[in-house]
Design a protein around this ligand. Sequence first.
Ligand code: NDP
Ligand code: GDR
Length: 337
Amino acid sequence: MASGDNKKVALITGINGQDGSYLAEFLLNKGYEVHGIIRRASTFNTHRIDHLHADPYAHKGGKLHLHYEIYNLAAQSHVKVSFDLSEYTAEVDAVGTLRILDAIRTCGLANYSKFYQASTSELYGDVKETPQNENTPFNPQSPYACAKLYAYWIVKNYRDAYNMFACNGILFNHESPRRGETFVTRKITREVAKIHLGLNECLTLGKLDSKRDWGHAKDYVEAMWLMLQQEKPDDFVISTGETHSVKEFVQESFKCVGKEIVWKGEGVNEVGVEKDTGMVRVKVDPKYFRPTDVGFLLGDATKAKEKFGWSPKVTFLELVREMVQSDIELMKRNPLA
Ligand code: NDP
Ligand code: GDR
């Protein structure tokens, strides 16, 4: 395959396997640019990127540019799941990061590539200082956060030890219509859409008082790219500077479909009731509680703003509306979705 500047490019899946590694060496000696992606699944899992394959112009006419920029986004990213799959989470999120860094180093690419690590506001955990910035101490509260903490430090270590251009993006929660269905925002907007269309009556959640600094994923991926365009590698907080509770997210989502929710009761008996009809729309189920949870997060992205002019464009209410609207359309097309 030829790229815009006529360099030969090879994409090797299973590049870390025996044949893949030989093939990579072979092609590199021939002057190819070699790209590798790993991961197979027994189900269809490309729906978020199918539109990119379908666009012939994405691969032609110089629109595909090649850079040695590695964005390490792969992870077991669900905090609650990490309590059940703690060892697996450490393998993928912690050691997986080390493996990629080591691969870069041992391939002799340490000084020719740029590396982005998907670090997270979960590192702050049970935090005492607010808002959180790049100097706030970490206090992780889950196997996921502990694994990501290892990844954070190994990125810094490889930067110092091998002079690698490696950055930690400490991103606070970011959502979108493409958010995984088991994260709280998407779970809420999907269920609100169903309730609106008469496909369900009530939604069940865990901790309602958790507060998060929620932004839009579209804004946040731009920040990832910007970090790698700077002269020097560094770590940056990316956040909106606003925090909202799960309850507020629920209320705003219901408002999008013309329903007002009021809260009654306490703890596991707390319910969200539709004001006009008295119908219970939200219940609490302790099965969604985590052994330890993060109660409050609020980021300060001043450094990113000052260094490369980043600030979020989409507001909290715009995000909620976009997600609810998108899920209503989805449920109309496919009520079983
Ligand atoms: P998702 O869970 O949507 O995506 C995770 C990706 O990792 C998927 O492509 C998944 O592939 C892949 N993956 C999972 N396990 C493995 C594995 N064992 N080997 C290879 N690939 C694997 O996460 P997000 O897009 O939301 O987040 C991207 C990254 O940013 C993650 O590292 C996350 O921890 C981090 N992060 C996310 C934030 C957020 O609010 N969204 C905030 C801060 C950090 P598959 O589809 O095959 O499972
Ligand atoms: P988080 O996101 O743990 O912040 O991690 P999630 O949406 O899972 O939880 C946010 C808060 O909502 C509470 N909650 C529920 N959460 C889920 N998933 N399901 C529920 O039913 C529910 N009810 C209440 C949670 O207890 C929590 O307090 C996300 C992930 O994307 C990580 O990969 C990323 O690093 C961080 O954001 C920043």
